[in-house]
Design a protein around this ligand. Structure first.
Ligand SMILES: C[S@@+](CC[C@H](N)C(=O)[O-])C[C@H]1O[C@@H](n2cnc3c(N)ncnc32)[C@H](O)[C@@H]1O
Length: 208
């Protein structure tokens, strides 16, 4: 069941943003019936599990103007950030190879007017075009930290901040990645899951 708007009023977003996020939640529910965009078990908890979980990243890079979200799926976190960051002049590039999911992303961007650019492509082909051109790169539930750093290393070396939500394995993923690179990692708590962490990665250097 969809929670009424009043249940979401404690979020630090404008009324207009709240209405757009509620539209995203409603449309996801409608599309899910035919397109199966998110894990069915997570649908009833879309607001916390997907929307609030995505929103918290905005506070970790409040000055960002250009954001690249890899493997955006049904828009988490990228589309939520495009909706919420619109008033701050943020543009979010959503990189997703699945055409059903891209159709959903485009439709919600159109309905909300959110500055989201959908790249229907494999991220390996898109990343080179963003080296030196993005403030933040994010990816949720896409790959291990080592794989994410392999993909995004050229962006991070050019000064882009990496924001990677992780589950309870965050520390072991960090240990593994530190065998290949040195980097600064802030391990930040998640507001939606006491066991989850958000990794903010900067200043990466290869060890080899
Ligand atoms: C597990 S889903 C996570 C979706 C979303 N980030 C979330 O947290 O709900 C991973 C997504 O990444 C996409 N994906 C996987 N490999 C990709 C690649 N090489 N390039 C672009 N998208 C990819 C998949 O199609 C899928 O939608």
């Amino acid at each position: 069941m969809i929670a009424p708007a009043s249940a979401h009023a404690n979020l630090n977003v404008s009324r207009e943003t709240l209405e757009k996020l509620e539209l995203l939640e409603r449309e996801l529910r409608r599309w899910q019936a035919i397109k199966n965009l998110v894990g069915p078990a997570t649908l009833d908890r879309t607001w916390d599990r997907h929307i609030v979980d995505s929103l918290q990243l905005l506070d970790l890079a409040p000055e960002a103007k250009t954001w690249v979200d890899l493997g955006s799926g049904a828009g988490f976190p990228g589309l939520v950030l495009a909706i919420a960051g619109q008033e701050k002049g943020l543009t979010v590039h959503l990189v997703e190879s699945n055409s059903r999911k891209c159709a959903f992303l485009r439709q919600i961007a159109r309905l909300t007017g959110a500055p989201a650019v959908v790249h229907e492509a494999r991220l390996e082909a898109v990343i080179p075009g963003f080296v030196g051109k993005a403030d933040v790169v994010s990816a949720r539930a896409l790959a291990s930290l080592t794989q994410l750093l392999e993909w995004t290393e050229p962006m991070l070396k050019a000064g882009t901040i990496g924001l990677f939500p992780k589950g309870r394995d965050a520390e072991s993923e960090l240990t593994e990645a530190l065998k290949r690179w040195t980097f600064k990692a802030d391990v930040l708590p998640s507001r939606t899951d006491s066991e989850a962490r958000i990794l903010r990665i900067t200043s990466i250097e290869s060890l080899t």
